[in-house]
Design a protein around this ligand. Sequence first.
Ligand code: NAG
Ligand code: CU
Length: 460
Amino acid sequence: MAMRTKLSLAIFFFFLLALFSNLAFGKCKETEVEEEDPELVTCKHQCQQPQQYTEGDKRVCLQRCDRYHRMKQEREKQIQEETREKKEEESREREEEQQEQHEEQDENPYIFEEDKDFETRVETEGGRIRVLKKFTEKSKLLQGIENFRLAILEARAHTFVSPRHFDSEVVFFNIKGRAVLGLVSESETEKITLEPGDMIHIPAGTPLYIVNRDENDKLFLAMLHIPVSVSTPGKFEEFFGPGGRDPESVLSAFSWNVLQAALQTPKGKLEKLFDQQNEGSIFAISREQVRALAPTKKSSWWPFGGESKPQFNIFSKRPTISNGYGRLTEVGPDDDEKSWLQRLNLMLTFTNITQRSMSTIHYNSHATKIALVIDGRGHLQISCPHMSSRSSHSKHDKSSPSYHRISSDLKPGMVFVVPPGHPFVTIASNKENLLMICFEVNARDNKKFTFAGRHTHINP
Ligand SMILES: *[C@@H]1O[C@H](CO)[C@@H](O)[C@H](O)[C@H]1NC(C)=O
Ligand SMILES: [Cu+2]
């Protein structure tokens, strides 16, 4: 028993020894290799040729070998260093690039700037028509509302927007100024005056002209287009009268005698009027022409007499919520008399937030909100789970489900989108009320959920 223990102990020590010697040997070998560069060995070996060199020559030769070796080592080190630096720089560049791409994605997918995200379709002396870029061009997250396009018409005082029709359902909203819409049918032209806050649905294909009947002020009209062509979602076209893509259809609707009657102008003068369209589709007209294109007294007391038109004023409609902090007015698919809202599955809302106040944090169950700021300034915040939380504010809680805060200052002309389920809040500035008009898409069965009590729609 004792014998065996001794033996195994001996074996143990033997292995230990072997291990140490091996380590020591290995280390030694390593330094040897470093010292004995084969080139150096050859160099030194050549110096030792006795028949060629004297002792002095040999020394000089050996020194030269050493010097050469040192230079070679330094050069190698330098090259190593350079490649390392290059690699570091490359990876740094790559990182920056990735960061940039990320930031591009992170850029607010739901917020549209007036100058960046609109394209001008028409621009003349008389005014311009700007169309918001396709929602899917901004972000894939907006695929569901691809088929909705928002356009803004701006027309100077006393101008005429030449007859046209659209291959889209259009909801007109009169933001500012005083307009006349002329809806042209074969037998007569129906003239409708629009005041700020007025909303009207124009069925696809209806030929119409627009007049800014105000002598001094610009007219601002928002148009929500819902293209009807199933083959080209999100695309709509204007079909002009003379000089346009489809002159025949519009002109036949605008038979000359109708136009003559509507404009109370002889045919020759009319032709001249429409010839002006070659200079653009929005142009100045005289006071007499404005008067001729506007409704006569008799038809201006509509909507109380006769036909009911799908028109209403959202500014003067009774608000759903109203208190010191602001007002919310809604017209939705369940409002019986607005059958077109039912058909288009749309709700229209108007929010007027008192300065220094804010809306409660709330979200829509089904509807996607397309909001247009029409007056005042303020701020918006949306919580979005679709975006990674790379925002500097939320770096500390990477492990929990990440809700990215999308925020933006708001000013007139800006558009923002809030998808269903996304809680958001709007805040008015200290100096101005914040006024917004919203088109809520897919409004049927929609419910609004708030995170605060019912009576605190708007809070300081
Ligand atoms: C918005 O609310 C303010 C009161 O805070 C009111 O004076 C103003 O007329 C409202 N604007 C519209 C367009 O309803
Ligand atoms: Cu989102």
